[in-house]
Write a protein that binds this ligand. Structure first.
Ligand code: ADP
Length: 262
């Protein structure tokens, strides 16, 4: 397939002709497909040995291979943390790949956002408190159900809450669920480093990370938010961001509430 575009050529007002440019988009599409296939194969091949590493590592850490000295435990914990980072990177790459090729299955059913948030958010409490941050989860008893895939919801919540903890040096993180009109909202607010207006426009792009020293220091893939955005869209939801550099950020996700049929 050839795609063409044309533009007037000439100085100022006096047009002298048109310049035509042709580009073979078949070749580009094929390159894109090959790139996707490559990322997919490599990610799968990396995952198998990594699963084995993580399995044996947890056996050794559990003392199955004999007692560990303090320093051995300390070093192995560092190995475990970095192995987890690698596993997360690979999972994110595979997710992006699945999303882009339309192979990410989504199974919608009436789901309680409130209970998924309670479960998932709590898994970040220890991490937040170890950093000296306050960690508050506000979930009311009665919230309408939403039509959602609990696995995908888990990823949305985990990505937003882990970012909030990661990019906050002091103060804290608040995760709330509330019913607003015919919507159910999830809000993840932090008192962290914030996001500049220019970066706010770009952080939902794949691999984009803000040009901030702290962002570089903590590391990451730049794949979490693009995954969140796509998954929110697939639920017919809406994603909003308010942020002030140096003050903090608020990510608000709203989902259409299911009508109460009782
Ligand atoms: P990662 O965290 O792996 O870099 P994400 O896609 O989750 O990737 O986020 C993209 C970028 O958006 C981050 O690198 C960071 O610059 C910015 N960001 C995301 N969440 C926050 C937050 N809560 N506070 C400040 N910056 C954030």
């Amino acid at each position: 397939t050839l795609q063409w575009s044309s533009a007037p050529v000439g100085k100022g007002q006096s047009r002298v002709g048109r310049l035509f440019t042709f580009q073979d988009v078949t070749e580009l599409a094929e390159l894109d497909r090959l790139k996707s296939e490559f990322v997919n194969t490599v990610s799968h091949e990396l995952r198998t040995p990594l699963t084995s590493i993580m399995g044996y590592l947890s056996l050794v850490l559990a003392g199955t291979a004999g007692p560990l000295q303090e320093q051995q435990r300390e070093f192995l914990n560092i190995v475990a943390r970095n192995t987890n980072r690698l596993a997360n990177l690979i999972n994110d790459l595979l997710d992006i790949q699945r999303i882009e090729s339309g192979r990410m299955p989504i199974h919608l059913s009436p789901t309680s956002l409130a209970s998924v948030v309670k479960q998932v958010a709590e898994t970040f409490r220890v991490q937040a408190e170890q950093k000296g941050l306050s960690f508050t989860v506000n979930v009311p008893e009665e919230v309408p159900l939403i039509n959602a895939d609990p696995d995908r919801l888990t990823q949305i919540i985990a990505n937003l809450v882990s970012n909030a903890v990661k990019y906050t040096k002091e103060g804290g993180v608040t995760v709330s669920v509330s019913a607003v009109g015919d919507q159910v909202e999830l809000e993840v607010a932090d008192t962290g480093i914030g996001i500049s207006p220019a970066d706010q426009k770009r952080i939902f792009e794949k691999f984009y990370r803000a040009e901030h020293p702290y962002v570089r220091e903590v590391g990451g893939t730049g794949l979490g938010l693009p995954i969140v955005k796509t998954m929110v869209e697939e639920h017919g939801g809406d994603l909003q961001l308010e942020s002030q550099p140096g003050r903090g950020s608020r990510f608000i996700v709203s989902f259409p509430a299911l009508k109460d049929e009782s």
